[in-house]
Design a protein around this ligand. Structure first.
Ligand code: 5IU
Length: 262
């Protein structure tokens, strides 16, 4: 099964896309399957936290529209740090409009973010729109990818079993740009060539006051099938984000090793 296979083996599968290979390789090089959600409110904090967690992460996840004072220079610094510390940048934009609109939105994001998240609510044509943006530039081909949201971590969300099934189908139709699915359980993703990204991870809390549900790093990797785990406040709001990132990184990676070795 997917969860028992190593990232190395999975990266070598014929159906694994170039961008997905790149992510698998990066996790192995850094021994990190930690994605940090830098949910902060100013550009200064964004750069400060990124500098601290950069050495420990495979993906930096942003909500750039929630951050004040972000300029071209901020995004350039972010890209420089991504190069220096070897991580990818993912804008958690959760795009959900018609193909044409999504294309306009993605034209901006594609310049600085390696990865982007999308809701499957509008269907396959939206993915086609993104694919067209990527295909327009030779340098982007194989260097840009999409995570599709198949499940949400929050209480009371409206996603049904049928929606999940149809989302998986779409992900298989656009395999050259879809690197994986954002989901909460190990039985959503059928193919070992796709990556399971799972948010809602915290060592200390089991929920927040607005419906977020947390699991600890062991549960999320061993029982829930996550390949890469997303940690936000557990790291960003710690007194020492670098130390917290290191702790999460080691716990998550050791659990991945445990998962694939027996
Ligand atoms: N996020 C979730 N749950 C989801 C999806 C995305 O929490 O189902 I899709 C995002 C929201 C936030 C991060 O940016 O992941 C989790 O942050 P905390 O660890 O601070 O809850």
């Amino acid at each position: 099964s997917r969860t028992k296979m190593g990232f190395n083996e999975r990266s070598e599968l014929l159906e694994t896309s170039k961008i997905t290979q790149k992510i698998f390789k990066l996790t192995l090089e850094k021994k990190s399957n930690l994605c940090v959600a830098v949910d902060v409110d100013t550009a200064d904090k964004l750069l400060d936290i990124t500098e601290k967690v950069g050495p420990y992460i495979c993906i930096l996840k942003t909500h750039i529209d929630a951050i004040s004072g972000v300029t071209e220079a901020t995004l350039n610094s972010l890209k420089l740090m991504a190069k220096q510390y070897n991580f990818l940048i993912m804008e958690d934009r959760k795009m959900a409009d018609i193909g044409n609109t999504v294309k306009l939105q993605y034209n901006k994001i594609v310049k600085w973010a390696d990865l982007v998240t999308v809701h499957s609510i509008s269907g396959g044509m939206m993915l086609k729109g993104l694919q067209e943006v990527i295909n327009e530039d030779k340098d982007l081909l194989g260097n840009r990818g999409v995570f599709i949201i198949a499940e949400l971590s929050c209480d009371g969300n409206l996603i049904s079993q049928q929606y999940i099934k149809e989302t998986v189908k779409i992900s298989e139709e656009y395999k050259d740009i879809v690197v994986g699915l954002v989901c909460q359980s190990d039985d959503v993703i059928p193919s070992p060539s796709l990556i399971q990204l799972t948010p809602g991870v915290n060592m200390k809390n089991s929920e927040d006051s607005l419906g977020q549900k947390y699991q600890n790093p062991s549960d999320v990797i061993l029982t829930k099938g996550a390949d890469i785990a997303v940690v936000g406040r557990g790291i960003v709001q710690d007194d020492n984000p670098a130390e917290a990132a290191k702790l999460y990184k080691e716990w998550l990676w050791n659990t991945y090793i445990e998962r694939v070795s027996n």
